[in-house]
Design a protein around this ligand. Structure first.
Ligand SMILES: Nc1ncnc2c1ncn2[C@@H]1O[C@H](COP(=O)(O)OP(=O)(O)OP(=O)(O)O)[C@@H](O)[C@H]1O
Ligand SMILES: [Mg+2]
Length: 529
């Protein structure tokens, strides 16, 4: 099992959400701790927002940091030695914490540590705390403020956030397993094929992307027609190339053709060629794409823009591999693999009659739906850093670094233009930043900078709507999970640690039935025709 990627976990949408809930409802801070007892998601002097004043202060002075590090180290070694599912500990008199182990295949990897709450509201407890707060390097005023900022939490509430913290640990385990199995698989394949095989150009570790890689792996040996559907800038062309260059035809031609760039007449002669004299200006015979790509792959981009008249002609060539050049009489044969792509919803077009159903079925022998970027937010940082590195390198600059706040903004934005938009944005900020190494939120385009924060849990008070907040979280997790797993309820139930029947009940409760949701672009996989 490969070593754990701590930096990745802070990027998991669900982990961030749970932290948000725990932070705003319980004022409890979450630390990720590795198997050596080192804190991995925070550092001395870390000024990022914390759930309580105590943590903020502890992180920002040497004495406090030292005390925290030692406590966490102790907690870690206790957890590691035990088989406990969780471990409650006292940080300072009446200031408590909770640690949940991260265990993958019986191997201990570290812990999720929730820190900073009180269970004893008595005055006596308060004075015991004050007497000892010096060990955190606090002044008396700071000690009092820190104390006031901590929540009194009942046993039932501890139970709540214990479950939430367990979810954080579970999500980490799930992602870690996925990443390592994918890494292992790539390693194996590389060994088998001497390093030639890889979807090198494709970045993304999220579940939808892993499903996409798995699908690409599956169709690697085939020469079937493929239809790639996805919104603008999601990477359809990149996928088309990956399909060709990993297929048995990889040493043959890959010919891209943008169908939307031509009117009918031109498209016809582009595709099928024409004979001399067939129209004014046809001064010699011209080969069409079907002839030029013979034996290889023809990538028909924007296939949804082809007129009904052209659809008929395409259907013929797809059905029996024959066509007639414009102005010609001779019937020609061709053997070309077709990979088609569109950002339109062809199924709807079939329903409203603007796209032929028979052609649709011919094209969608293998159907791929590319996830939108907003449905795989885990990949945003990875992609952003990749594009930053690329554009810095092109300009001969040192790689730029995104600040935490800028990253937050990238996460909160919905990216209607998908990967291309992110790529352009990173190129833009590289230029804007000049010699500046750090990219802050102020450098981002206004629409991104001003994007609404994802609805946060309202209010920090415990009474009232905690149940709603948790239900919201649960609904979001299930909704995202369903999309990610392509509505595979058994798998999702396993991931969420609930029974399949339990999941089905919740799907009904939250009205997340597939038919009710708009057709998800997040779904990746062969369509079931
Ligand atoms: N997974 C990925 N990893 C890295 N770069 C990507 C990825 N997917 C797409 N890109 C990059 O994003 C840009 C847009 O991709 P591409 O042109 O393939 O999208 P598209 O779906 O064909 O877009 P459109 O619908 O606008 O034609 C390209 O520069 C491509 O290299
Ligand atoms: Mg394209």
């Amino acid at each position: 099992m490969s070593s754990i990627q701590w930096e990745d976990f802070e990027r998991i949408h669900v982990v961030r959400k749970i932290r948000e809930v725990i932070g705003s409802w319980f004022s409890v801070d979450i630390l990720l701790v590795d198997d050596q007892g080192k804190i991995r998601n925070s550092f001395k002097g870390d000024e990022s927002p914390r759930a309580n004043f105590l943590m903020k202060k502890v992180l920002n002075n040497d004495v406090g940091w030292e005390y925290l590090s030692q406590t966490v180290e102790k907690v870690n070694s206790q957890l590691m030695k035990s088989n406990l599912r969780f471990h409650e500990f006292v940080f300072l008199p009446t200031v408590e914490g909770l640690a949940i182990p991260i265990v993958v295949d019986e191997e201990y990897f570290g812990a999720v540590v929730a820190l900073g709450y009180r269970k004893d509201p008595s005055e006596k407890a308060g004075s015991e705390y004050l007497a000892q707060a010096k060990v955190l390097g606090f002044s008396e005023g700071e000690a009092q403020e820190a104390y006031r900022g901590l929540k009194n939490i009942s046993i039932a509430e501890v139970q709540y956030f214990r479950e939430l913290s367990e979810l954080v640990a579970q999500e980490i385990v799930t992602l870690h397993k996925e990443i390592s199995s994918r890494d292992n698989r790539i390693e194996e394949l590389n060994q088998q094929l001497g390093g030639r095989y890889r979807y090198e150009s494709m970045i993304g570790k999220s579940k939808p992307m892993q499903e996409l890689y798995a699908l690409l792996d599956k169709i690697k040996a085939s020469e079937s027609t493929v239809l790639i559907q996805g919104k603008n800038g999601t990477g359809k062309e990149l996928i088309a190339k990956a399909i060709h260059f990993n297929s048995p035809l990889k040493d043959k031609v890959f010919l891209p053709l943008n169908c939307a760039a031509f009117n009918d007449n031109l498209l016809e002669s582009e595709l099928f060629g024409h004979v001399k004299g067939s129209f004014t200006g046809a001064i010699r015979d011209r080969k069409g794409c079907f002839e030029m790509a013979n034996g290889g792959t023809l990538f028909m981009d924007e296939i949804g823009d082809v007129s009904p008249a052209m659809q008929v002609k395409l259907l013929r060539v797809l059905q029996d591999g024959t066509y007639t050049p414009v102005g010609g009489t001779e019937v020609k044969k061709t053997k070309v693999r077709i990979v088609a792509a569109t950002n339109r919803d062809l199924k709807t077009m079939v329903e409203d009659g603007s796209f032929r159903q028979d052609l649709f079925y011919r094209l969608a022998v293998i159907g791929i739906t590319v996830p939108a970027l907003k449905d795989r937010k885990e990949d945003i940082l990875l992609l952003a850093e990749h594009f930053l590195a690329k554009s810095s390198k092109e300009k001969g600059m040192e790689p730029k670094v995104l600040t935490k706040r800028a990253i937050e903004k990238l996460y909160d934005f919905d990216w209607p233009g998908n990967i291309r938009e992110l790529e352009n944005e990173m190129e833009r900020v590289t230029v804007l930043a000049g010699t500046e190494k750090f990219i802050g939120p102020e450098m981002l385009s206004s629409r991104i900078r001003e994007s609404e924060d994802r609805p946060k849990v309202q209010g920090a008070r415990l009474e009232g709507k905690l149940k709603d907040a948790l239900e919201n979280l649960e609904r979001d997790m299930i909704r995202e999970g369903l999309r990610r797993t392509g509505w595979n309820k058994s798998r999702l139930a396993k991931e969420l640690g609930i029974s399949r029947a339990g999941l089905i009940m919740k799907v009904e409760k939250y009205d997340l039935d597939k038919r009710r949701l708009t057709r998800p672009l997040g779904k990746t996989g062969t369509e079931d025709f």
